[in-house]
Ligand binder design. Structure first.
Ligand SMILES: Nc1ncnc2c1ncn2[C@@H]1O[C@H](COP(=O)(O)OP(=O)(O)O)[C@@H](O)[C@H]1O
Ligand SMILES: CC(=O)N[C@@H](CCC(=O)OP(=O)(O)O)C(=O)O
Length: 263
């Protein structure tokens, strides 16, 4: 059996909460074995954009990214958020290296074609260079990947962090047995949006369709789960959605929502 690799995604609500983020990073640094962190930061980008009087517009969970907004997300994801996470991981004993998808050519995308909506400078992933990422892992580095990609025309493109994590996990499953863990500010996928303890322990395509139909699963959780199922179908060994506080338990399959193709 191949070696284990954790691909962990951390969402913007946790990044925006210094105490929660610091606890998460310490737990992440404690994880034994090979690991990659993919981060979001949408909430921080929205706040900084507002300070610059740039309005945020989201459609289906994706940010409309015109040139001024591209400048904001480049500074926020590639700079402010990524470098602070790297510094904190260094202090926690993890030799982190911060990268956008352009660095080392690790994640190439294509600018989303305009259909009914023009998303602007948003990238749809075309290729993840798993070999290059593996070279970093083999040098005992911990890649910390920001949600920016590059195109063959030399554009830098804003790319959803959940999709970055899923595509990275899929590419790395050619080298490792990959455990993909989405960490956010709730205890998992909930069967009752008003009850933070109503965690669905296991979700398969049928139960997902039912919860979606009834409206219990909505908004940002839909693209997150679509990414989760896509990863499982493309060879990722295990996918879990959990609270950022519960990373260690989720690794031991003792917390969060386990995504499954069975049942
Ligand atoms: N059934 C559900 N269980 C948990 N969260 C849900 C559910 N349905 C919708 N959500 C929403 O999905 C959000 C997570 O998606 P998103 O905001 O994209 O997260 P992230 O910050 O991790 O990228 C939660 O904050 C929550 O408001
Ligand atoms: C194209 C697109 O929507 N990109 C996202 C990238 C950040 C992200 O995904 O952050 P969270 O994980 O914190 O939501 C955005 O700008 O909001």
């Amino acid at each position: 059996m191949s070696q284990a690799l954790y691909v962990v995604k951390i969402g913007g609500n946790v990044i925006d909460n210094p105490d929660a983020c610091s606890k998460f990073l310490n737990d992440f640094a404690q994880l034994k074995g090979q690991k990659i962190l993919v981060h979001g930061g949408g909430k921080v980008a929205t706040q900084i954009a507002a300070k610059l009087q740039i309005e945020t517009q989201m459609v289906d969970g994706r940010r409309i990214t015109d040139k001024p907004m591209l400048d904001v997300v480049t500074m926020v994801y590639g700079g402010l958020v990524n470098k602070n996470l790297v510094a904190q991981l260094q202090a926690a004993g993890s030799n982190a290296i911060g990268l956008t998808g352009a660095d080392g050519g690790i994640i190439r995308s294509v600018k989303r074609p305009v259909k009914t909506i023009d998303y602007g400078f948003v990238g749809d992933i075309e290729e993840v260079n798993g070999q290059q990422i593996n070279a970093l892992l083999q040098s005992s580095l911990v890649p910390v990947i920001a949600p920016l990609t590059y195109s063959s025309e030399g554009l830098l493109l804003n790319t959803n962090a959940d999709t970055m994590a899923s595509a990275t996990a899929v590419a790395m499953s050619g080298f490792y047995e990959v455990n993909l863990i989405y960490c956010f500010e709730k205890k998992g996928v909930l069967s009752d949006p008003d009850d933070d303890n109503a965690v669905i322990s296991s979700l398969n395509p049928q139960s997902y369709a039912d919860y979606k139909e009834s409206g219990v699963i909505n908004k940002g959780m839909i693209p997150k789960l679509d990414n989760a199922f896509a990863a499982l179908q493309a060879g990722v060994a295990q996918v879990t959605i959990c609270h950022a506080d519960d990373l260690a338990q989720a690794v031991a399959s003792a917390a969060g929502t386990r995504i499954s193709m069975q049942g």
